[in-house]
Ligand binder design. Structure first.
Ligand code: HEC
Length: 152
């Protein structure tokens, strides 16, 4: 029951993104992604809180960017992916690249909410490899993060 409730809350915030997304994005959200919930306006993705979560809490750009030989993030590459700088000393399927996340173009709102609320489950249902953190955000925080990344 809890997970069902979680999903319906996620659906609400996705609808919130869809509604506010039309202002930011010219409304590129399909009817399939926007459930006709009357309370849809109740939860909306908040860009400024999303910026705070991405820039100051979850630190997505620390990994999803390209670094110069001194370790500084190269200007203009933030959220645009890059080489993973380190390997772990234990046996692991360690990714060599992080993908671009600016705009989250490959993800629907629903898929992105799942990724951020259910421990890094990708579009295809598999789990992203470490060190992608196993985020367990609240649906509202996930909506806020998505709303911000859609502006990048
Ligand atoms: C500690 C480093 C790190 C941080 C911080 C991080 N990521 Fe990632 N992320 C990764 C790595 C590495 C991958 C690639 C995983 C793979 O290839 O299996 C990845 C993959 C992804 C993907 C693509 C999943 C797919 O479909 O393959 C998305 C989207 C993503 N991250 C979003 C985010 C967001 C949003 C944040 C912040 C809220 C974030 N990441 C923070 C390391 C990180």
């Amino acid at each position: 029951m809890t997970s069902l409730r979680g999903w319906s809350r996620a659906a609400l915030c996705v609808a919130g993104i869809a509604m506010s997304g039309s202002a930011w994005l010219g409304g590129a959200v399909t009817a399939q992604q926007a459930p006709a919930a009357p309370a849809a306006a109740e939860v909306r993705g908040n860009v400024e809180h999303g910026r705070y979560l991405v820039e100051s809490v979850a630190m997505c750009g620390e990994c999803h960017s390209t670094r110069d030989p001194q370790g500084n993030i190269v200007a203009g590459t933030k959220f645009r992916g890059g080489a993973m700088p380190a390997r772990v000393p234990w046996p692991a399927d360690w990714p060599v690249m992080t993908p671009a996340i600016a705009g989250l173009p490959a993800y629907t709102d629903i898929q992105a909410v799942r990724l951020l609320t259910q421990g890094a489950i990708r579009r295809d249902g598999t789990r992203a490899r470490a060190p992608m953190p196993r985020f367990r955000m609240s649906p509202q925080d996930a909506a806020d993060v998505i709303a911000f990344l859609r502006t990048q």
